[in-house]
Design a protein around this ligand. Structure first.
Ligand code: SAH
Length: 365
């Protein structure tokens, strides 16, 4: 058993089973043994590769998107540029290098990185330190932005803890994690039937067959609500990129990944990454409730093509050696290929109500 699994098992023996959300929060964020606190998740040597780590093209195009959106919103100065869950800081560094070419934007930008892991904050400081003047860090979005806001979140929402509910013969029950009878390892179980339907269950899923799993992520809805309220009050735009579904649906999407392989969710707790699909319909609903306009979600491939990734790819290719060209081709395919990140990953933008669709979303309102 991993040290974190032992710690959780002791807690469960003392206090009873934990929810999937409590389990996920501990697995990723436990101050001693949480995945993001001590592992090096990203890249070939890590457990998974995110889009900014695939190629500089991703961050560069988002940097141009930020600068164009800044123009579109009237070039406010100062402007809060905030990234949620920056990982190694690669996206922000590439974005900044590209956005520097647009006069005025980087002079106006006040960068804040929202990161809970001290280890990753250090890595981010190294990545952006020589590049971005006086970046700030915060644990949370709430209270961080002061004026107009430009916000990016890539693969942030999939790491927030979800609750899972399972339809049993006796009705909907919350899925919990307990200590198994046999070897004392962690095991799934069900809580008592709920008096009502689980939170946010859409009408079309009310008659889901027994065994169906419904997931919801209250923390994601809360953060999106805060962002939306801020945009509505102060202006700006937010862009959320993640893997997930455009329409709410039942399905168990909790998954663990270790060394680039799927991994049993309850094994090596704290040493494997844990994520769940992002429910974009739920996020869009939370944003609209808070008064913002929602653009998309559109597939990542469509978005990156609209921003000109193929042109950028050709430019980089012209000055590249042959092995580099092979790498660039592979990266392009990884980012926009339909069977790679192009379709499963989605991009959604939030703006104040009545604002025009940001760059890349025009044709997809
Ligand atoms: N955006 C990066 C990294 C994605 S991994 C990339 O695309 O490469 C998720 C990131 O979110 C990590 O930096 C992790 O430490 C951070 N994170 C996870 N939960 C968080 C929380 N509740 N608050 C702030 N940051 C969090």
């Amino acid at each position: 058993m991993s040290p974190l699994a032992s710690k959780l098992a002791a807690r469960i023996r003392a206090e009873g089973p934990v929810t999937v959300a409590e389990f996920m929060a501990a697995a990723l964020g436990d101050p001693e043994h949480g995945y993001y606190r001590h592992r090096n998740p990203f890249g070939v040597q890590g457990d998974f590769i995110t889009a900014p780590e695939v190629s500089q093209m991703f961050g560069e195009l988002l940097g141009l998107w930020l600068a164009m959106t800044w123009h579109q919103t009237g070039s406010p100065a100062p402007v809060d540029v905030i990234e949620l869950g920056p990982g190694r800081g690669t996206l922000m560094a590439d974005a900044w290098r590209a956005a520097r070419r647009i006069p005025g934007f980087t002079d106006a930008a006040r960068v804040t990185l929202i990161e809970t892991s001290d280890r990753l904050r250090e890595v981010q400081a190294q990545t952006v330190g020589a590049l971005i003047p006086a970046p700030r860090w915060s644990d949370r979005f709430a209270g961080t932005a002061e004026g107009p806001l430009l916000l990016i979140a890539n693969e942030f929402f999939d790491a927030l803890p979800i609750h899972q509910f399972e339809r049993s013969a006796a009705g909907w029950c919350e899925r919990l994690i307990t200590v198994g009878d046999g070897d004392g390892g962690l095991d799934f179980t069900l809580g008592a039937p709920l008096p009502a339907e689980p939170p946010y269950l859409p009408a079309r899923s009310k008659d889901a067959p027994p065994g169906s799993v419904w997931e919801c992520c209250p923390q994601a809805l809360e953060v999106v609500g805060e962002i939306a309220r801020h945009l509505e009050a102060q202006g700006g735009a937010a862009i959320i990129i993640d893997y997930g579904h455009g329409r709410s649906a039942v399905g168990d999407t909790l998954q663990a990944v270790k060394d680039h392989q799927y991994h049993p969710v309850l094994e090596d707790v704290g040493a494997a990454d844990l994520t769940a699909h992002v429910d974009f319909e739920a996020l869009a609903y939370a944003a609209k409730q808070a008064g913002a306009a929602v653009h998309g979600p559109i597939p990542q491939g469509v978005f990156l093509r609209a921003l000109g990734i193929e042109v950028r790819h050709r430019m980089l290719r012209e000055n590249a050696t042959e092995p580099q060209q092979v790498q660039l081709d592979a990266a392009l395919n990884r980012l926009i290929g339909a069977d790679e990140m192009g379709t499963l990953f989605k991009v959604m933008a939030l703006t104040p109500e009545g604002a025009p669709p940001p760059e890349g979303f025009e044709a997809h309102v």
